[in-house]
Each structure stands twice: as structure tokens, then as C-alpha cells.
Design a protein around this ligand. Structure first.
Ligand SMILES: Cc1cc2nc3c(=O)[nH]c(=O)nc-3n(C[C@H](O)[C@H](O)[C@H](O)COP(=O)(O)OP(=O)(O)OC[C@H]3O[C@@H](n4cnc5c(N)ncnc54)[C@H](O)[C@@H]3O)c2cc1C
Length: 377
């Protein structure tokens, strides 16, 4: 019977274990934390379901991934809408054409938008940096109001130093006034009593999966763990620089921290699950309120205040030297551990990926692992 050792029990590791175990492979998951689930785990505070690491909305075009997630826990039909505090009022994010007239300088904004209406998306894609791309889309007033301060707070550097490649995924003006953030055909939030924790528990259920928590795996102790598990194959879903003792240097990440607070007596404390605060006068960047997605019927709510610049590994800094460094760690680990090793998930691949992409990566990695196991047996 083949055994696969998986390092890290976030959504990637759990999805991989689920799929491999359904193919008759025994999986041992080693997790540094006290509980599985990584960033997506949901918790309760004074009975209120909330997300310690900030809001997660499941949205995807990938039918197989959506079906798999729903087979683990049913999802509700929540559709994500975001508010933003800009121009001293609460507006929709992304920017809606229908909101322009209620803003100050509305006529000027409309004129700036009209000047740019003819610029096609391909021409804009040639923009030298993020700032230029946004200015070409919306003009200076909207850019200064909605984008620049938020972006600089999030990344801790001037927006003109950021790549234009980021922009299309993050910034838009809604000419059709569609207020919802995501266009994907499948969207929702876990409908069970424990939110995403039910998804994680569903993935881990099954006699072929063994989870060990509180185990910090490094290159130095990997062989011991592999021998104990009698592993035929190893999948790393953890950060490779830390795993390898940072011998070639440290990968840069932009981190956040979410401080969660229980608010008694209120049913809801804000108008949407996420409210963005771009202004420099606010020390936080967003406030999260999971209750909008969970629909939980309970008195009280939980607000999560998101602060940027924390020493956590959340957003990779997509620069050529960081990409090269992660590649170097992967090559080094292939040499050290042999071709028994595979990489999956956001940390080992140094990527920002959504939950659906991370489940897709896990499913694809399971095929790779099964093929390698077949060759070696
Ligand atoms: C702020 C933020 C908001 C997001 N919002 C959304 C959203 O709305 N929708 C969406 O689809 N996606 C969202 N995502 C993305 C989503 O969180 C990720 O796709 C997903 O959680 C990645 O899972 P993972 O298993 O790859 O990584 P992680 O969740 O980070 O799990 C990795 C696990 O490995 C463990 N580990 C690390 N090192 C070791 C080690 N050496 N030994 C043992 N264990 C180790 C960690 O403790 C952790 O449990 C968001 C991400 C962020 C950062």
C-alpha cells in the first residue's frame, strides 16, 4: 500500500489527502499548527461564526472543484458585495457608474471617464505601471479617491512602483452597475454550523487519512518523519525558504493581521461583509463581518479589523528575483529529497491563489503523485 506524506494541512494539503485516499493511497498529514485548515478555518467567538484570517468567498468557474467542495459541506448562495468608505460616504466597490453623481465633483469625474471611454483594454495593458493603468481607466479623481491610498496601504510602496499586471484583476469601473464583486457562475459560503471548518473536516474524514498537528517539519527532520510514515512520496505545501533553513535567503511577502472583536447586542455592525477603508486616517484597511455570508441567526456579531504590514506570509511580492529564488528552492529540494517530492499550494509555489485554484492544484498534484507512484512500483 502506497503512503504519501503531506506537509501542511491547509486547504491544499487536505484536498490532496482527500483525493489520494479515494484512490487507495494512505496519507499522513503533518501540520505545524494545533488545528488543520490554515488560512480558511472558521471559528466561533461568543457563539458567532467568524473567520480569524479575514473573509473567504468561494467563487469559481471550475465545476469539478465546486462539486467537490459541496460534497464536503453544502454551500449557500451568498454573493459577495463590498462597500468602500470614500469621499466621506459609503459607496460600492467596484466603482459603479450610478454612484458617480452622488460623489463630489461628479460632473468632472464623468468628463474624465468620457475622455477615456475609447481606450481599449489591450492598449491599457501596455501601461508602464499600476498607477498609469488605473489613471488611463478612470482619471485622476476616482484614482485618488478609491485606488491610490488603498493600494499604497496594502503594498507599503508607491502605486507607480507596482506592476500593471496586477490591475485588471483588482480594479474596474462597472459601466453596467453590477454591484457584485465576482462574475463566476459558482459562488457561495459554507452553509453548515462551522463554516469552512466543515469543509476541512469533510476533506479529512476517512480511514486512510492520518493527521498529526503541532509538528513543524523542516528539511533537517524530514527524513525521520518520512521513515516513520514509511512514505513513498512527499508533497510540500509549506514555505520552501523556511523549510530549507533560508539557506539561499528569505522570500518577501506582504502580510496582514486581522484583529477580531465581538460586538454584543447588534445583529449586524456594517452594511456588507467587507468594507474597505482606503483613507490614510484609518490605521486598518478593511473590516470584515462574516455574518453577512453565514446568515447565522444570533444576537451579536464579530468584526475583523485588517491591518497591513504584518510579518505574515499572505501576498507574494511578484518580482523576478523572488520567482527565481522560489525556483531555486524547488530545484534544491528535488536534488536533496529526490523525485519523490512534489509541490502544491500557495506557499510552496510562492503564489497568491484563491481557494478554487488551490483545490485545482491539489487535484492536479494528486495525478502527478499517482503517476510517479505507478512508475516507482
Ligand atoms: C487575506 C486573504 C484573503 C483571501 N480571500 C480569499 C477569498 O475570498 N476567496 C478565495 O477563494 N481565496 C481567498 N484567499 C486565498 C486562500 O486563503 C488560499 O487559496 C488557501 O487558503 C491556500 O491554502 P494552502 O493550503 O495552500 O495554504 P495555507 O492555508 O497557508 O496552509 C498551509 C498550512 O501549512 C502549514 N505549515 C506551514 N509550514 C509548515 C511546516 N514547516 N510544517 C508543517 N506544517 C506547515 C501551515 O500551518 C498551514 O496550516 C485569501 C487569501 C488571503 C491571504
Amino acid at each position: 500500500m502506497a503512503v504519501v506524506l503531506i506537509i501542511g494541512a491547509g486547504l491544499t494539503g487536505c484536498t490532496l489527502a482527500h483525493r489520494l485516499s479515494r484512490e487507495g493511497v494512505d496519507c499522513v498529514l503533518l501540520e505545524r499548527g494545533d488545528v488543520p485548515g490554515g488560512l480558511i478555518r472558521s471559528e466561533h467567538m461568543d457563539g458567532v461564526l467568524y473567520e480569524p484570517h479575514g473573509s473567504h468567498i468561494f467563487h469559481t468557474e471550475d465545476e469539478e472543484v465546486w462539486k467537490l467542495a459541496n460534497a464536503m459541506t453544502p454551500f449557500n448562495d451568498y454573493r459577495h458585495r463590498v462597500d468602500i468608505v470614500a469621499d466621506s460616504q459609503i459607496l460600492n466597490w467596484p466603482i459603479l457608474l450610478s454612484d458617480i453623481d452622488q460623489q463630489s465633483n461628479g460632473a468632472e469625474i464623468r468628463a474624465q471617464l468620457a475622455e477615456r471611454e475609447g481606450t481599449d483594454a489591450t492598449a491599457r495593458a501596455q501601461a508602464a505601471n499600476f498607477e498609469e493603468w488605473c489613471l488611463e481607466l478612470m482619471g485622476p479623481i476616482l484614482y485618488e479617491r478609491f485606488i491610490r491610498p488603498y493600494t499604497e496601504k496594502q503594498w507599503g510602496r508607491p502605486a507607480r512602483e507596482l506592476s500593471a499586471q496586477w490591475a485588471p484583476r483588482r480594479v474596474s469601473v462597472r459601466w453596467d452597475n453590477d454591484p457584485y464583486l465576482f462574475p463566476d457562475p459558482y459562488q457561495g459560503w459554507p452553509a453548515g454550523p462551522n463554516g469552512y471548518t466543515d469543509l476541512v473536516d469533510g476533506l479529512l474524514a476517512g480511514p486512510r487519512i492520518t493527521l498529526r498537528t503541532g509538528v513543524d517539519v523542516t528539511l533537517d527532520n524530514l527524513e525521520r518523519h518520512a521513515q516513520e510514515a514509511q512514505a513513498d512520496s512527499i508533497v510540500l505545501t509549506c514555505p520552501l525558504d523556511v523549510f530549507a533553513g533560508e539557506r539561499f535567503g528569505r522570500l518577501d511577502w506582504r502580510g496582514i493581521i486581522v484583529r477580531n472583536v465581538h460586538i454584543p447586542h447588534k445583529e449586524y455592525a456594517q452594511g456588507a461583509m467587507v468594507v474597505n477603508y482606503p483613507g490614510e486616517e484609518y490605521p486598518f484597511i478593511r473590516i470584515h463581518e462574516t455574518k453577512h455570508a453565514s446568515g447565522q441567526k444570533i444576537e451579536g456579531t464579530v468584526l475583523g479589523f485588517e491591518f497591513t504590514g504584518a510579518p505574515t506570509r499572505y501576498y507574494p511580492i511578484e518580482l523576478p528575483q523572488n520567482r527565481a529564488l522560489n525556483d531555486r528552492y524547488q530545484d534544491f529540494l528535488r536534488e536533496q529529497i529526490s523525485d519523490r517530492v512534489h509541490f502544491a499550494g500557495r506557499l510552496a509555489n510562492y503564489l497568491y491563489i484563491d481557494m478554487d485554484d488551490c483545490m485545482r492544484q491539489a487535484l492536479d498534484a494528486s495525478v502527478e503523485v499517482l503517476d510517479a507512484l505507478r512508475v516507482s512500483t
